[in-house]
Design a protein. Structure first.
Length: 90
C-alpha cells in the first residue's frame, strides 16, 4: 500500500475530506467561463488556447479560447475565457 492509498483509507475511516489529507486538486467550473483549481503544484504550459497544470493526480489540461489567468496564488489559480474541455493526464 502506498502513501496516497493509506491516506485515502484514513480519510474514509475518519470521515475527513480527501482533498485536504492527500492534497487532491479541487476543480470548480462555473459555466464555461471560469475555472478555479486548488491544490495544484505548478503551471506546465500557458497559452491562449491551452493551460496545463501539474497536480498530484497528473497534468490537468484546460482547452478553450482566449484563456487567461485572472489570479494565481501559491496553490490556487483562476482561469477565465471560453473553457471547452478539461483533460486529466496521469
Amino acid at each position: 500500500m502506498n502513501y496516497n492509498e493509506f491516506m485515502e483509507k484514513l480519510a474514509d475511516k475518519l470521515d475527513l475530506p480527501k482533498d485536504v489529507l492527500i492534497n487532491l486538486p479541487v476543480i470548480t467550473l462555473t459555466g464555461d467561463l471560469v475555472l478555479n483549481v486548488e491544490n495544484f503544484k505548478g503551471i506546465v504550459r500557458y497559452e491562449e488556447n491551452s493551460v496545463v497544470l501539474n497536480s498530484t493526480i497528473g497534468d490537468i489540461e484546460i482547452l478553450g479560447e482566449n484563456l487567461f489567468i485572472k489570479y494565481l496564488v501559491s496553490d490556487e489559480v483562476r482561469i477565465e475565457g471560453k473553457i471547452k474541455k478539461i483533460i486529466i493526464k496521469d
